[in-house]
Ligand binder design. Structure first.
Ligand code: HCA
Ligand code: CU
Length: 397
């Protein structure tokens, strides 16, 4: 069964300008728990005392999800993480040739020694702790280095190995540059040594392929996928929670584990506190995700919504709607009239046509038309001018 790790509170807070207060973090964690996320990565306690306090608070909140801390590969940082009472610990350290030489300035042997020392320390502190070792920039590291570090980490006590596409480098379309290659090779190499850790993937979105890569990894046998709300994170962020779930419910057997009806409220909360607007065309969550506009579309959905909809909005607690404007036709006006309780007017085709003309002239001025708020006034104006016209016609006959 595929598991979801949400990192909105850690990776998401690495979005420039984003800060979540401890109260907001707790509210976000509660929503994530209600949705059915398996692991919540709540922060790196070594960064700030406030973060440590917040990780502790979330750990003690009685949530079903495992609560995790992120930690550099250092014993003092791990100690701070474990002091928060977490049930999950994520330790990261890269082993690419470039990072070893230019960033850390150490050999692979020394790097592995450090990884083993830190993971063994954590394992000795708590036998039930779920420990993840992430190879930062896994996919730009030689597979030999990756396999050597992963074996050492699992033997030292890691339960999960995370393959990180730290720079959004991978693509499902080039076998030697795909995350699935790393997932399957690593699984096979570890299995040769009878090591069976869970495999996690962390896909950045620098090329807009984070979701595609995550699904590619899923197909290759990944056990855990990292996400954030709104795909927040460093640079272009990582996989978007809602986008991943809406795909997984079609291709996995976990459907019943997730309650998607909380997604909208969660996204609104995160948007409000990150000061980042949700794009109206955001899949599943955006204002327009289930709104139909062009005349041809509206005419069809009036008969059957599925003619222009492959996702059922009800699973998100949402409903389909229609928009009025330059692209509208008479079918949209008729539906909108019914929506505002003026269905009796649709028999008057001339009036419907005049309302449509008026809607188009408003739209041409770049003014949005809200059906509930603006349409009644438009109807009023058009009905009145109809009455006057009919009266004048009556007088002159
Ligand atoms: C980071 C880098 C990281 C780590 C992922 C992980 C990445 O911001 O520390 O520890 O699982 O993308 O490699 O997010
Ligand atoms: Cu990352």
């Amino acid at each position: 069964m595929i598991q979801i790790l949400d990192s909105t509170l850690r990776e998401g807070e690495q979005t420039p300008g984003v800060y979540f207060s401890p109260e907001t973090k707790l509210a976000i964690a509660q929503f994530l728990d209600q949705i059915g996320v398996d692991i919540i990565e709540a922060g790196n306690p070594a960064i700030d005392k406030e973060i440590a306090a917040s990780v502790t608070q979330i750990s003690q909140a009685g949530l079903k999800a495992k609560i995790g801390a992120h930690s550099r590969c250092r014993i003092d940082d791990v100690r701070k993480a474990l002091d928060c009472g977490v049930t999950f610990l994520g330790v990261f350290f890269g082993v690419s040739q470039q990072r070893l030489q230019q960033d850390y300035n150490i050999s692979l042997e020394l790097a592995i020694k450090k990884i083993v020392e830190v993971i063994s320390y954590a394992r000795n502190q708590n036998n039930n702790l779920l420990i993840r070792y992430t190879l930062e920039d896994t996919v730009r590291s030689s597979i030999e280095n990756v396999v050597a570090a992963a074996i050492a980490a699992v033997e030292a006590g890691a339960n999960i190995i995370s393959i990180a596409d730290t720079t959004g480098y991978t693509t499902p379309f080039q076998p030697n540059r795909s995350i699935s290659y790393y997932v399957s090779t690593l699984k096979a190499e570890l299995a040769k040594r009878e090591l069976y850790p869970q495999i996690e993937v962390h896909c950045h979105n620098d090329r807009g392929l984070a979701l595609a890569n995550a699904l590619d990894a899923y197909r290759a046998g990944a056990d855990i996928i990292d996400v954030t709300v709104m795909g927040l994170g460093e640079r272009s962020g990582i996989v978007d929670l809602a986008e991943l779930l809406i795909n997984l419910i079609d291709i996995t057997e976990n459907q019943s584990c997730w309650d998607l009806s909380f997604l909208k409220d969660l996204y609104e909360l995160v948007s409000q506190h990150s000061y980042i607007a949700i794009p109206p065309h955001h899949p599943v969550i955006g204002k327009n995700a289930f709104t139909h506009y062009a005349g041809v579309h509206v005419k069809a959905i009036a008969k059957d919504e599925s003619l222009y909809q492959s996702v059922n909005p009800q699973i998100l607690g949402r409903e389909s709607s229609l928009a009025l404007g330059m692209q509208s036709g008479c079918a949209a006006v008729e539906m909108a009239l019914k929506q505002i309780g003026r269905g009796e007017l649709i028999e008057n085709k001339n009036l419907v046509f005049d309302i449509l003309k008026e809607i188009k002239s408003i739209a041409k001025r770049g003014i949005p038309i809200d059906i509930e708020k603006d349409l009644p006034a438009v109807v009023e104006r058009c009905t009145l001018s109809h009455l006057i016209r009919n009266w004048i016609c009556g007088c002159t006959q």
